[in-house]
Ligand binder design. Sequence first.
Ligand code: XIL
Length: 329
Amino acid sequence: QHQQLRDMFADDFYIGAAVTPFTIQKQEGLITHHFNSVTAENEMKFVSVHPTEDEYTFEKADKIMSFAKENNLNVRGHTLVWHNQTSDWIFENEDGSTPTRNQLLERMKSHINTVMGRYKGQIYAWDVVNEAISDQDGEFLRPSKWLDIIGEDFIAKAFEFAREADPNALLFYNDYNEVNPEKRDKIYKLVKSLLDQGVPIDGIGLQGHWNVYSPSIDLIREAIEKYASLDVKLHITELDISVFAHEDKRTDLKEPTEEMMTLQAERYKEIFQVFKDYRKHLTSVTFWGVADDYTWLDNFPVKGRKNWPFLFDENHSPKQSYQELTRLH
Ligand code: XIL
């Protein structure tokens, strides 16, 4: 048996993986051997658990929770307030009218109460608000129905409701493109202003959807440094290292080249070295999957293009990327 990742980083941070009921079946051995934390890849999102106003569907989420319990895995909750994968009914009344600010706040509160309440004491950290910052230069918050109907304080409200629902859970703001300097500064500004207002927030989630070429290791370090200066916890929440550059749209590759795998191994090594350097603040690193036989990147951003972003290959054998991590001190 190969050395467990969670042991390798036992003095540093939790090692997590996004899972689904399907991957729990296919990758159980790897998950239980190497990881000590899991996140539901889709099963706790709004549209999965709350398809209509009076109906909650927790079967798949419950499955993941019992798997975690049986195997002593910590659970990160993902996610409560987001512009994607959120049921339309919450933004539109039955008669077609738009809910008022107070109506939408009531719905948000009741959703947060029900979902966090169900797993109270079992989910130690929640991504309360996901991806609320804009990627456009000169625009602060992302345009969304949450913002439209409630206004800018929808974020603060979500955190307040979350703290009430489970006072012991750590509450995170989570986003992508998080080390890009413009976006980084906006995330910093948002979280700083929440802290200054006394809004209950415990940490920043860096999704970590990166590739073998970018972002640079300096940008990664600078972002972690800047966020850490707020003295909040940092979690890497959705790490994967795509083998393709952003502009590369090729779909013809059936297996990764040796060069890709070597580049990726070097990347993983330098990135984890930075993570270790910040272990005082950075307390969890979650991969957005487990092994190369299944990744959301097979359909994003290019549909049907195979990718190989993880430490384990399609047959669940450790890759060069895994080997490099064993060499860190
Ligand atoms: C992705 C899942 O991996 C896919 O299976 C799903 O089709 C779309 O969502 N940022 C997030 C995650 O916060 O929830 C997203 O997960 C990936 C980007």
